[in-house]
Write a protein of this length. Structure first.
Length: 282
């Protein structure tokens, strides 16, 4: 991986560490590559056994970082892009913050990708333009996924449970806000059952590549994010990652973490992006 600092005084580091402790067998360690980037610009990267589709999920982070005033991270594999034939790609969670960006970027590259989207409601479909290639379905209902997933080459899973803040929190009084998940939208239902349904549907439909975008911290049961709404969200996300790894499907799992102004470890002089890529081809 070639890393070029943005300025002589801006140092960049890259480390490779196992996805999980050596005592665990969640994923084959040789297939996992972590890149820890500080104030740097990535010009090229080569991931062993990785599909070009693995790079699609870097777009949302790129744009979010740019919006926050960070230097843009660009991950491009030009030779792979040139060799790629037009592929039909389904983005689930296409009405979400990240999903909208990925869906739009695919639409902008119509010569390379035939983009489809999956959203949960008609209102969400209208939110992203209401095109005929946007399907309405519930990932918790396996049958509702069939129309969207039939005939696609690749699946990008960007669905996630979203905690909501309980009303009445006053930051001026100190303390921490409390969060909850709506009925039917707990991480177990969305990040485990919903993602499992998507993986099963992809396998039944003969999908050639599955990209699952998750979060860092899945191997840390005591991670504070698991306490949000008592949802254990990272634990359920991790279970879905393992299910995909064991499915026999060609896959890419991307876990990321960014420091943003809203996060306690944010520092304006040291914006940070952590990316973890795990991939396997058939």
């Amino acid at each position: 991986m070639l890393i070029r600092p943005t300025s002589p005084s801006s140092m960049a580091t890259a480390t490779r560490v196992p996805l999980v402790p050596s005592s665990s067998s969640l994923l084959p360690l040789r297939q996992c590559h972590e890149h820890f980037l500080v104030n740097c610009f990535v010009t090229t990267t080569t991931l062993p056994e990785a599909s070009t589709l693995s790079y699609l999920s870097s777009f949302p982070q790129n744009l979010r970082i740019a919006k926050k005033g960070f230097r843009r991270l660009s991950v491009v594999n030009k030779s792979a892009m040139a060799d790629l034939n037009p592929s039909s790609v389904l983005v689930t969670g296409a009405a979400g913050r990240t999903g909208q960006i990925v869906y739009r970027k695919l639409k902008e590259r119509a010569d390379q990708y035939g983009a489809r989207g999956l959203v949960r409601t008609v209102e969400s479909k209208e939110k992203i333009g209401g095109a005929d290639d946007v399907f309405v379905g519930d990932i918790r209902d396996a049958d509702s996924l069939v129309p969207a997933i039939q005939g696609i080459d690749a699946l990008i899973i960007l669905t996630s449970a979203v905690p909501k803040m309980k009303p009445g929190f006053d930051p001026s009084k100190g303390g921490r806000p409390e969060f909850y998940f709506e009925d039917g939208a707990f991480p177990e239902q969305v990040d485990w059952i919903g993602q499992k349904n998507q993986i099963d549907a992809a396998k039944s439909a003969g999908v050639k590549q599955v990209v699952l975008v998750g979060s860092m911290g899945g191997t840390q049961p005591d991670n504070p994010l698991n306490n949000l709404g008592n949802g254990n969200i990272l634990i359920w996300k991790r279970k879905a990652e393992q299910y995909l790894a064991d499915s026999g499907l060609p896959y890419t799992i991307i876990s990321y973490y960014t420091t943003e102004p809203s996060k306690p470890d944010f520092h304006p002089s040291k914006p940070t992006l952590r990316l973890l890529f795990c991939s396997r081809r058939r």
